[in-house]
Design a protein around this ligand. Structure first.
Ligand SMILES: NC(=O)c1ccc[n+]([C@@H]2O[C@H](COP(=O)([O-])OP(=O)(O)OC[C@H]3O[C@@H](n4cnc5c(N)ncnc54)[C@H](OP(=O)(O)O)[C@@H]3O)[C@@H](O)[C@H]2O)c1
Length: 327
């Protein structure tokens, strides 16, 4: 039987990966790996092992759910052991020989892998699932995006910080630079000399790679918000072709991975509470940009569960494709 290891199995993404494997009825021996702190913990009947150089012997596939530095530590060990890895960190996403994949967008890139496939950034996955059908029809040249990112995007500690501060605002944040309860923080990742954060660059760099279009321009502002789970995004797209709101709605009705929630007069639109703990990206508030008289620009709002579709589900979908190809 196939053996699958989850590296970072005790984290927000790792625990969700375990759920997703179960939901998809993927039959395999499972190996849950985490730091020495978690050795011996039980999760859903499995005992967590400490991740060491020997952990990957006899493992066929690894689902990676650790931060960049830890991922860089164990990746050579997994490679050495001959495992195929689907990794959630940003450590290898832009490497030329590593496919970066959202199955609804560029599933065909999976076959170019050399033992490692990267899962994109969570906000980028949600945006591209929402936009892919529109991109195919209208060819998006430029996007202006503002993200509203849930605390669980910063892992288990992000959830802990919000929980603590709802009880007592004086408890300092460990995952964020400021108090997050009853607040917003317009910073996710370090800023460069242009004043653009690491998270903001990901949207342009990763979208370019998956759409195979180096001319795409993205102006992105990432904001951390005191929401448990599900990222939301306000997006304006400027396209090469003329756009039409009704046609855009029709395209999104049939788009893979999307649920259209667009009836504003009846107060129907996407909200993070509704997208939590399911895999679809909800899209709504589709409207013309009235400042563009040439009719090439559309605005919309979308939400998606970033631990599921933005991370664990996307990785398990890729794994599913690999397993099918090896059948
Ligand atoms: N959270 C999201 O919404 C999201 C979305 C997309 C991508 N990602 C990416 O997914 C990865 C995991 O994120 P997360 O949010 O799940 O983080 P998390 O909740 O902080 O979990 C981190 C995991 O890494 C493990 N770990 C830490 N140090 C380790 C060590 N020395 N050896 C082995 N394992 C170690 C932790 O184990 P212990 O419990 O033993 O410390 C835990 O299982 C990150 O690269 C993140 O950027 C996250």
């Amino acid at each position: 039987m196939t053996t699958i290891a989850i590296a970072g199995a005790t984290g927000a993404v790792g625990q969700q990966m375990l759920e997703c494997l179960k939901e998809r009825n993927i039959q395999a021996n499972l190996k849950l790996l985490a730091s020495a702190r978690s050795k011996g913990k039980e999760i859903d009947g499995h005992i967590v092992e400490e991740l060491t150089q020997e952990s990957f012997q006899g493992v066929d596939y690894v689902l990676g759910a650790t931060g960049n530095n830890i991922t860089k530590m164990w990746m050579p060990w997994a490679k050495e052991a001959g495992c195929i890895v689907v990794d959630n960190s940003s450590a290898y996403r832009l490497d030329e020989d590593v496919p970066l994949v959202i199955p609804e967008v560029n599933k065909e890139d999976i076959k170019n892998h050399h033992g490692l496939i990267a899962n994109p950034n969570c906000a980028t996955i949600i945006a591209l699932v929402a936009l892919h059908a529109l991109h195919k029809k209208y060819h998006i040249k430029r996007m202006i995006v503002t993200t509203f990112q849930a605390v669980s995007g910063a892992g288990v500690q992000g959830i802990e910080d919000l929980k603590n501060q709802i009880e007592d605002e004086n408890i300092p944040s460990k995952a964020f630079p400021y108090q997050i309860a009853f607040n917003l923080i317009p910073q996710i990742g370090d800023f460069d000399d242009l004043g653009i954060s690491k998270e903001e660059w990901k949207m342009q760099n990763e979208a370019r790679k998956m759409w195979h279009d180096d001319a795409l321009k993205v102006n992105c502002t990432c904001v951390r918000v005191p929401i448990w789970r599900s990222h939301s995004e306000s997006i304006t797209i400027e396209c090469e072709n003329e756009v039409d709101v009704n046609e855009a709605r029709e395209l999104l009705t049939h788009a893979k991975g999307v649920l259209l929630k667009d009836d504003p007069k009846n107060q129907i639109y996407p909200m993070p509470k509704d997208t939590t703990n399911q895999d679809l990206v909800y899209v709504g508030r589709i409207r013309k940009d009235i400042t563009d008289e040439t009719n090439h620009t559309l605005s919309l709002f979308c939400c998606g569960d970033q631990i599921r579709k933005g991370a664990a589900t996307n990785a398990v979908q890729i794994l599913d494709e690999l397993l099918k190809a090896n059948d």
